[in-house]
Design a protein around this ligand. Sequence first.
Ligand SMILES: Nc1ncnc2c1ncn2[C@@H]1O[C@H](COP(=O)(O)OP(=O)(O)O)[C@@H](O)[C@H]1O
Ligand SMILES: C=C(OP(=O)(O)O)C(=O)O
Ligand SMILES: [Mn+2]
Length: 526
Amino acid sequence: MRNMKTLNEMDALYSRKVYNNLSVSELVEKSISLKESILTEKGALHAYTGEFTGRSPKDKYIVEDSVTKGRVKWGKINQPISEQTFDSLYKKALAYMSGRELFMFEGAAGADPNHQISIRVINELAWHNLFVKQLLIQHEEHDSGKKEPDFSIICLPGLKADPMKDELHSETFISISFERRIVLIGGTAYAGEMKKSVFSVLNFLLPFEGILPMHCSANMGDSPDDVALFFGLSGTGKTTLSADPNRKLIGDDEHGWSDTGVFNFEGGCYAKCIGLSQEQEPQIWRAIKYGSVLENVVIDPETRLLDFDANTYTENTRAAYSIENIPGAVSPSIAGHPKVIIFLTADAFGVLPPISKLKKEQAMYHFLSGYTSKLAGTERGVTEPEATFSTCFGEPFLPLDPNIYAELLGKKIDDHDVRVYLVNTGWSGGAYGVGERIKLANTRTMVRAAINGDLEKVNYQQDSHFGLFIPETIAGVPTEILNPRQTWGNKNAYDKKAQELAERFISNFERFSNVMPEIKQAGPKI
Ligand SMILES: Nc1ncnc2c1ncn2[C@@H]1O[C@H](COP(=O)(O)OP(=O)(O)O)[C@@H](O)[C@H]1O
Ligand SMILES: C=C(OP(=O)(O)O)C(=O)O
Ligand SMILES: [Mn+2]
């Protein structure tokens, strides 16, 4: 499928006012002179996105065509649109682009040259183009115009659909055509839509090449075989926990796992900024500098001082920067097979242990379940933590049947003898609103103990609700926080809440009727 052709109509763009692969400085200057953005005290560029400050999953579509028919798992996440609808949007996009100043990035996704796809992004906004330049992989040599890219993304926030005529839910659209190899984005300026579109595209293409695409961050120790992966839905800590001064960052959000090891899909990071402090997240703090892009962070327009604590526009304030801004990051971002996998879950019920070890079947059960909370801001309409089951910890980005990803993971865990842990970065001592979020410093210590093998040397207790194996002690972490039942003042209230969550797990798992009984039995009991 790799070599299917994109539309030649793209060629027409060269004759228009298209700036191709501008430098960071040129994009910064352009964006400021177009009054899209301003420069901040930290040297980073700053933009507001207007109404859309998070992803809009209800406005995401995949074209039902000869490539996707029988392959995509259609439903609420992967909503089909017809080829005609896409064509009409595409024509609108061409008309909208004609005569406009546009910014084009030609680069790639996938750090492993054997599994890389070339990507062209066409932007209406210069700051979006800078975002893409930092987030994706830049080609060493520009060969624009010589060949068609494997995939094109056209992002036109100012272009709105006509919901009635175009048969869409709203004026906003993120629509992918795998046959034409184009993603069309309109009606939203949230930059995250572009990077997550690339991710969705790779999630469709790569399993056909035997590669497991994963919604995870990755880092490694001194040896390329000392790799750890952190799976998690938005806001659970992928970016924060993978940025560890003692380890080398491979990537913060999207990776592939091939027969030779893991590789980053991207060339940059997209960190949440809410509550950001130099003390808690020193690497991210220092990564925000000239060339980085800040999105919806509150700024004083005169002094250009930033207020990372303010959520005036959204909880989902962001910083985009090149991975090179993180000291010691692996470049190109390729490494060996993982030794440790961590599933991050932000438990708003406050009943899951802050860390537990999973047996293979439990790992499969929890990967398929993908229990976590949607945290405020990243998706439109979510204003406080909301319990959810997001299969493979990344359901919004998975076009194929989740069993395809799960089977690939299961095989790889077996082949490489990977240790798997479940880490609750959410609440403890009570549900959201009553208990407290587990302290980042404690989570970091627990994660390090899991990765460096310390947790291989301690005793475990199995909890009665979820069957999870809880370490009895971890050096540097208060023992009383390890078992969540101890952190709740009212033990009956804990048992009731845990039971409620166990029931949610069981009823959610009914959708996986075909999995092996050992996996089904590895879940919570009631
Ligand atoms: N115990 C914890 N573990 C991880 N992150 C935490 C914790 N407590 C609070 N946080 C905050 O939660 C957010 C996690 O976001 P991030 O790392 O960007 O998630 P992701 O990359 O998975 O979307 C950060 O703002 C971080 O400061
Ligand atoms: C960019 C996003 O991902 P994450 O929060 O996982 O970084 C997103 O979900 O919009
Ligand atoms: Mn992230």
